[in-house]
Design a protein around this ligand. Structure first.
Ligand code: NDP
Length: 272
């Protein structure tokens, strides 16, 4: 069935590919991001572009109002906007760490809060939150990023129970390594924070490992694997609570769960 869908973080990577896939499948898609100019292809494919910084409540309200005015409902919300803040805890100013939470957790929550009354009145809806395999595991210098994604996991599970009798479902997406702008966005700031000083050696190693993983052919999955998982969650009458997909997603979580933290620590540190 054709759905009215709002997806955030649609100017690049996973969000863009998902928006284009859902448009192709006949859904009405409103794509949101700060860089509206980067969503021209989505508009040309028949989608709608909304200028939306998920940390700006007025922009969220305006976007949701537009959708309700034009479509009368929102069937599916895909909270996908996010970025990785990497660097040593000692080096990253708390203000920057708060910004990471503002986007990855509170931004996602703000969009959800704006959409919920409409879904609740319709007694129907799906909220799909892009977490990460990083919401289950951890890497050195990624403390703030992992904190936000671990938070998204717990927040989403609680919300799913809260909305159970309202006809609204909540689904978590846990991507593995996906070839997008994600690696580029974290790379330079990490070296700015920690490229010199007591964590310099580790920062250089993590930077090289990140580069390898995001640039080497075969070490990442294309964003289409996530687009397909999201599409499956939308079309399913009883979606899974979590979709763990993409390069290394399943083995990494398996490693931590079944071998324990100490062995996982060793395995991660051999990679940096
Ligand atoms: P990209 O950097 O390619 O895309 C990130 C998107 O988020 C962009 O469209 C960007 O749009 C948007 N965004 C960032 N900050 C804001 C903001 N303040 N307000 C609104 N939009 C914002 O990365 P991905 O496609 O990889 O990332 C999508 C999601 O997937 C993220 O939540 C990420 O954490 C998650 N993820 C990615 C993995 C990967 O390996 N790529 C692995 C696991 C999870 P704009 O700058 O135009 O606003």
């Amino acid at each position: 069935m054709k759905k009215v869908i709002l997806i955030t973080g649609a100017s690049s990577g996973i969000g863009k590919k998902t928006a284009l896939t859902l448009i192709e499948q006949g859904h009405t898609v409103y794509a949101a991001a700060r860089r509206v100019e980067k969503m021209q292809d989505i508009v040309e494919s028949g989608g709608h572009a909304l200028k939306m910084d998920v940390t700006q409540v007025d922009q969220i309200t305006a976007g949701v109002d537009t959708m309700i005015k034009e479509q009368g409902k929102i069937d599916v919300l895909i909270n996908n906007a996010g970025y990785g803040l990497y660097g040593a805890v000692e080096d990253i100013p708390l203000e920057d760490a708060r910004r990471q939470f503002e986007v990855n957790l509170f931004g996602l929550a703000a969009v959800t809060k704006a959409v919920l009354p409409h879904m609740r009145m319709a007694r129907s809806g799906k909220i799909i939150n892009t977490s990460s395999v990083g919401g289950k595991i951890y890497t050195p210098l990624g403390a703030w990023y992992h904190a936000t994604k671990h938070a998204v996991e717990g927040w989403s599970d609680s919300l799913r129970l809260e909305l159970k009798d309202k006809g609204i479902d909540v689904v978590v997406i846990e991507p593995g390594i996906i070839a997008t702008e994600f690696g580029e966005v974290l790379y330079e700031p990490m070296l700015n924070y920690s490229g010199e000083g007591p964590y310099a050696d580790m920062a250089r190693k993590v930077a090289n490992a990140t580069k390898d993983v995001y640039e080497k052919k075969g070490s990442s999955s294309p964003p289409s694997v996530i687009a397909d998982a999201i599409s499956k969650a939308i079309s399913s009458t009883r979606p899974k609570t979590r979709y763990r997909v993409g390069k290394l997603a399943k083995p990494l979580v398996w490693l931590r769960t079944f071998l324990g933290d100490r062995i996982f620590d060793k395995a991660v540190m051999t990679q940096v």
